[in-house]
Design a protein around this ligand. Structure first.
Ligand SMILES: Cc1cc2nc3c(=O)[nH]c(=O)nc-3n(C[C@H](O)[C@H](O)[C@H](O)COP(=O)(O)OP(=O)(O)OC[C@H]3O[C@@H](n4cnc5c(N)ncnc54)[C@H](O)[C@@H]3O)c2cc1C
Length: 145
């Protein structure tokens, strides 16, 4: 059993992680130059031991990365939240470019824009979808009665 947190263990189980028992083996899996990778890792471990990073001036140091097996995972940017979208009123009617209600069209959640201003506070998307989602459902149901 690999000694890793449950989150990392999940990545391993799903085959998202590359691994190697040495720096060179991990570099080979990553298809990057093994010598340079091993040298970088040794250098990092030295910086951790000295609590001094002359390359980037880092001041916080976690554990040295010197215990096999070693893992690597591809990390890319993703969309966390779209800030633009349909303009709605407080009853979730979608408004046209003139600010007029488009009859029979309701929207809530991330498809809408302007609810959070220029930057959403963390956690408020969930409040948004619950509050406005419920209103939109009620409004849509009422509109067909
Ligand atoms: C990684 C991540 C972490 C987040 N963490 C937080 C957090 O901690 N707190 C917080 O408040 N917010 C968080 N958010 C944002 C929040 O999750 C979203 O803003 C919210 O889930 C949006 O809900 P929604 O119902 O508007 O849209 P969605 O959840 O995107 O739902 C839209 C649905 O419509 C479906 N759909 C799309 N097109 C069609 C179609 N043509 N026909 C039928 N169905 C269709 C999609 O499959 C989807 O199920 C996070 C977002 C991400 C990506």
């Amino acid at each position: 059993m690999v000694d890793a947190s449950s989150v990392i263990q999940g990545y391993i189980t799903r085959g998202l992680m590359l691994s190697g028992d040495t720096y060179e083996a991990l570099a080979e899996a990553l298809e990057i130059p093994a010598d340079a990778f091993a040298a970088t890792m040794e250098k990092w471990n030295g910086y951790v031991a000295e609590k001094n990073d002359p390359d980037f001036g880092r001041t916080s140091f976690a554990s040295p990365l010197d215990t096999a097996p070693f893992y690597a995972v591809k990390v890319t940017a993703g969309i966390h939240h779209t800030m633009g979208g349909l303009k709605i009123d407080t009853e979730t009617h979608v408004l046209n470019a003139n600010g007029e209600i488009i009859p029979g069209l309701f929207a809530a959640g991330e498809v809408t824009g302007g609810v959070h201003g220029a930057n959403r506070l963390g956690g408020n998307a969930v409040a948004d979808i619950i509050v406005f989602g419920r209103i939109a459902g009620e409004q849509a149901a009422a509109s067909i009665k």
